[in-house]
Design a protein around this ligand. Structure first.
Ligand SMILES: Nc1nc2c(ncn2[C@@H]2O[C@H](COP(=O)(O)OP(=O)(O)OP(=O)(O)O)[C@@H](O)[C@H]2O)c(=O)[nH]1
Ligand SMILES: C=C(OP(=O)(O)O)C(=O)O
Length: 211
């Protein structure tokens, strides 16, 4: 079972504000969440997706893609992840949690990363300081430690770092500069369409940018 936490759209991705016009910001965040969720639901080793969110627009959109929605306990990111992964998915199953800002995620990269997990493992983000994926085998507590410096925190807590050629999985979007990288890697359809509409990706297709 896989879990994605998503903040309310009016508060999400504050460091990305200004990358697109203010009134398109919630659409951009939603497009990235939906592209991430679609890639997860398409992965052959993923049994299902729970999105932990209190945002009704996010909830409706991810339900349409085939995800389940669980309420946010309102006690921060790690509490949202624990609630989705352990209270809902149950300790007896494989659990994986991913951030909702991976619009260049490819299902095959997620399958490969999940296949590399034994016990408890994590995938650092492209910068190497954050975490994009944390997974635990049945009966192993997930013990999420997301937040600033989470790669070091997950390592210190005994999770194994998973490294592979998974550029779309590792590329989270925190800032406008990350959007450029995502466009070069090939953004999912929804993110790509929105960035094209606002004039940020004329030379790019969903498969990547012309060089
Ligand atoms: N349900 C839930 N999701 C959260 C919470 N905090 C962060 N997230 C989600 O966790 C993922 C990773 O968080 P960040 O990359 O820090 O995203 P963010 O907090 O929206 O971004 P900034 O405002 O720029 O810090 C994103 O999918 C967020 O929507 C929370 O309290 N509850
Ligand atoms: C919450 C996290 O995301 P970021 O550092 O990208 O905000 C994290 O990496 O643990």
């Amino acid at each position: 079972m896989t879990v994605i936490p998503v903040k309310r759209l009016d508060a999400a991705k504050s460091r990305l504000r200004g990358a697109v016009a203010r009134d398109r910001h919630p659409e951009l965040v939603l497009a990235m969440v939906c592209d991430t969720a679609a890639a997860v639901l398409n992965a052959s080793t993923v049994a299902g997706l729970i999105v932990v969110t209190d945002d009704p627009v996010v909830a409706g959109a991810v339900r349409d893609l085939g995800a389940k929605v669980a309420p946010d306990p309102g006690a921060g990111l790690n509490a949202a992840l624990r609630s989705g992964a352990e209270e809902i998915a149950g300790l007896g199953t494989h659990r994986a949690v991913l951030t909702g800002d991976l619009p260049a995620l490819r299902s095959g990269q997620l399958d490969a990363a999940l296949a590399a997990v034994s016990g408890r493992g994590f995938v650092p983000d492209a910068a190497g300081t954050g975490t994009v994926l944390l997974a635990a085998a049945p009966r192993v507590p997930l013990d999420p430690r997301f937040g600033p410096g989470s790669a070091a925190a997950h390592l210190a807590s005994g999770a194994a770092p998973l490294t592979g050629d998974w550029p779309g999985l590792r590329q989270d979007v925190d800032t406008a500069a990350d959007l450029d990288v995502v466009l070069r890697l090939g953004a999912g359809d929804r993110t790509h369409t929105l960035l094209r509409d606002v004039g940020l990706s004329q030379a790019c297709t969903p498969a990547g940018c012309a060089r």
